[in-house]
Design a protein around this ligand. Structure first.
Ligand code: GLY
Ligand code: MN
Ligand code: MN
Length: 441
């Protein structure tokens, strides 16, 4: 869990960056209908979570740096016995300030009355425009109300800035407390992947493996950080495969991309392994190549290296391998220059990881890949995908899809792999599958 003292530290830092003449407005994520009158599971906006940890919908955090009567303010739903009986408990404004360590809290039903008064006299509004159309219009409406008072000598704000510009740079660097939660999220996901490996066998369906993952996540109070990808055989070549309903066949590989989210923080792991417990020679050749690419990429994760360095290292190993295995023809230089390798490796080698699985934070600064710095967390996930209908490719490689994905944090002198709890060496994977068979023949 993240403590209130840490949330307070983050808000102080953000207010310092925003300046004394600013106001910061951070709304809750909207609730989404799944069908008719049932909703998708509610997930709070990561920005709001980051700044106060409050999980209820229909709330708005407002930071007013330097305001004498209180700087950190929350609008949230009033308590309501009848609604709470049906929909669940609400903290309510009365308890919210104390519970969350904020200066004040009001009923969100009164926000139209109160917020324009807080905007008055502030020259800059920090808000993430373009994420929630409906809320954008409300912000503009509040600003209009202040503009309407200009003749009474109330100066309206004249600068509107994307909050993410400040906030997402802060979110990119993980604190010690955040890393503690992320290590735990990674350990839960690793345990779930191990359980999935022990359970795999021909005759099951992809969803049975997904069930193993969800069971492990929920046992530890975590939820899936994204829809798990469980793709057998050629389904592994569909990068965002989510049907998860095909049978597991003897001789196929199974690609499992699944991560746990704990206290809002994501993990993101992919393992690929044989349904029958033994890699074939062709599967093993591709697997070893992807593993070699991942090792080369992880070796490049250290402070001072460019964000692109792990990707470039992975691409070089993969391109060499594609030539060696006869997947591509020509010279290495040409394959790298023309991006010919993209036929079998069409995605990047990783992304930032944090409250969002594809976390916020710029990858480039002034057009140049940024330097890695301690506290950044990223995934390293090379792969190789040979579509079953690939033309001009030796038949033995067709329909093989492999990805190996781990989560790493940049440390002072290199990196720490958070997801070592699940094996990636092929022998260790085969041993774990065999253990599952022994336990439950
Ligand atoms: N599971 C999403 C990704 O690997 O980026
Ligand atoms: Mn990923
Ligand atoms: Mn993934």
């Amino acid at each position: 869990m993240i403590r209130n003292t840490e949330y307070a530290r983050r808000r102080r830092q953000l207010m310092r960056l925003a300046g004394e003449d600013a106001i910061v407005i951070v709304p809750a994520a909207p609730e989404r209908i799944r069908s008719h009158d049932t909703h998708h599971p509610y997930r709070q906006s990561s920005d709001l979570l980051y700044l106060c940890g409050f999980r209820e919908p229909e709330s708005v955090l407002v930071l007013v740096p330097g305001r004498k009567a209180g700087q950190a303010l929350l609008f949230c739903r009033e308590r309501d016995r009848e609604r709470e009986t049906w929909e669940g408990r609400r903290l309510g404004p009365e308890a919210a300030a104390e519970a969350l360590g904020l200066d004040d809290a009001w009923d969100v039903a009164d926000i139209d009355e109160i917020l324009p008064g807080l905007i008055e006299g502030r020259s800059r509004v920090f808000y993430e425009f373009g994420r929630d159309r409906e809320f954008d219009l409300r912000v503009l409406g509040w600003v209009e109300r202040v503009r309407g008072k200009a003749r009474q000598g109330v100066p309206p704000p004249h600068e509107f800035l994307q909050l993410g510009h400040l906030l997402h740079e802060m979110r990119l660097f993980k604190s010690r407390d955040e890393l503690r939660v992320m290590r735990r999220a990674a350990a839960i996901a690793a345990e779930a992947h191990c359980a999935a490996m022990r359970a795999v066998r021909p005759g099951l369906h992809e969803y049975a493996i997904e069930a193993e993952l969800i069971y492990r996540f929920r046992r530890h109070g975590a939820v899936p950080a994204y829809e798990s990808i469980v793709g057998a055989g050629a389904n592994a070549c569909v990068l965002h495969y989510r049907d998860n309903d095909a049978p597991l066949r003897d001789g196929d590989l199974l690609l499992v991309d699944a991560g746990a989210e704990l206290h809002g923080y994501a993990s993101d792991i992919t393992r690929t392994y044989p349904v029958n417990g033994r890699f074939s020679a062709a599967q093993r050749a591709i697997y070893d190549l992807v593993l070699e690419a991942q090792r080369a990429a992880i070796a490049e994760v250290r402070p001072g290296n460019h964000w692109d360095a792990p990707h470039e290292a992975a691409v070089r190993v993969l391109a060499e391998g594609f030539l060696r295995l006869g997947l591509l023809k020509g010279s290495l230089d040409k394959v790298l220059e023309d991006h010919g390798y993209r036929r079998f490796y069409m995605h990047r080698t990783g992304h930032w990881l944090g409250l969002d699985v594809h976390d916020v934070g710029d990858y480039r600064i002034d057009g140049e890949p940024r330097l890695l710095e301690p506290g950044m967390v990223l995934t390293v996930e090379p792969g190789c995908y040979v579509a079953p209908d690939s033309k001009g490719v030796p038949a033995r490689w067709r329909g093989i899809g492999v990805r190996i994905e781990d989560d790493v944090v940049v440390t002072a002198d290199g990196c720490e792999v958070l997801t070592d709890g699940v094996p990636r060496e092929p022998e260790a994977i085969e041993a774990l599958i065999a253990e599952g068979r022994r336990r439950d023949p």
